[in-house]
Design a protein around this ligand. Structure first.
Ligand code: RRO
Length: 286
């Protein structure tokens, strides 16, 4: 079941969701065995920002029935740290590399995309306009106008595919996806996590250090399926579907809903080989 994702040939349709699989740590843990049987047909990096970030105060995770709330808050080395330290290691992976980026202004997004455009190791760039866990006040991906304007500014900077990661925290994501397409995006990916909170039963206060976070896992699967269907019906560009995928059947459902490829997220924390298993289950079902 090979796939063409915006001109990038993939061995199978299963990717990782950004931030849900640390390939550098996994290589340290599993050695070169990781490269012999890499779980995903392309690797999507954790989101990077122009400057280093420490991330949100702990606790950062809460388990829910059939899901998980995270409030990680984008800890990363910043653009220069990523290029110097992470990119050389990620370039050794046996699959195309998609780098996820986030910034709080169009100029800063342009700095990130411009720098990555110059790197042969990078196959595509994912624009994370949907992180629920930062205090910028503006979630670009909640506004079609902002999304279109951002793409119009970034599109001339690179011929590499630009993927827009959509938020589920809007009444319907289709108008945002259409705006991304009109601005020149090559693909959209969805869903990011749903805004959520948890209370510490001992104190009655918010459990998460940042007070709220984003819900993922099987709990969100039916929402993801509906949003992927709506978006795939509204755009001609490729759709990368994700949300609670834990088995081949779930991936098949998202492909039937119109996705070109499917990403695995929360399930990677439970089973680091989930990508390989899900790709093989999907293959057997086909
Ligand atoms: O780092 C995070 O807290 C985070 C990000 Br950037 C995102 O896009 N989605 C999410 O659930 N967490």
């Amino acid at each position: 079941m090979t796939v063409d994702l915006c001109g990038i040939p993939l061995r199978h349709p299963i990717l990782n969701g950004s931030g849900t699989f640390d390939a550098i740590a996994a290589r340290r843990a599993f050695g070169d065995a990781l490269l012999d049987e890499f779980p995903f047909s392309a690797f999507v990096s954790k989101t990077i920002t122009p400057e280093p970030r420490a991330g949100n105060p702990p606790p950062r995770l809460w388990e829910t029935p059939a899901g998980m709330i995270n409030s990680i808050g984008l800890p990363n080395k910043g653009l220069d740290g990523f290029l110097a330290r992470d990119l050389p290691e990620l370039a050794e992976l046996p699959v195309p590399l998609i780098v996820s980026v986030m910034a709080t202004s169009r100029e800063q997004f342009a700095r990130l995309v411009g720098a990555l455009a110059a790197r042969d190791e990078v196959a595509a760039v994912e624009l994370n306009v949907s992180c629920p866990n930062v205090e910028s006040g503006l979630v670009v991906g909640e506004s079609p106008e902002e999304t279109r304007a951002l793409l119009a500014e970034l599109r001339p900077l690179t011929e590499k595919p630009l993927i827009v990661k959509l938020t589920p925290n809007v009444p319907t994501p289709a108008p945002i996806a259409v705006a991304a397409q009109e601005g020149g995006a090559d693909a959209v990916s969805l869903i990011n996590t749903l805004r959520a909170a948890a209370i510490d039963p001992a104190t009655g206060a918010p459990w998460l250090g940042a007070e709220r976070g984003g819900l993922s896992g099987p709990a969100v699967r039916a929402i993801a399926l509906n949003q992927v269907r709506e978006v795939a019906a509204a755009v001609e560009i490729a759709v990368i579907g994700m949300g609670g995928v834990a088995r081949g059947r779930h991936a098949a459902d998202l492909l039937a809903a119109g996705a070109t490829a499917v990403a695995v997220g929360t399930e990677n924390f439970r089973d680091p080989a989930a990508g390989t298993r899900i790709a093989s289950e999907l293959d057997k079902a086909a």
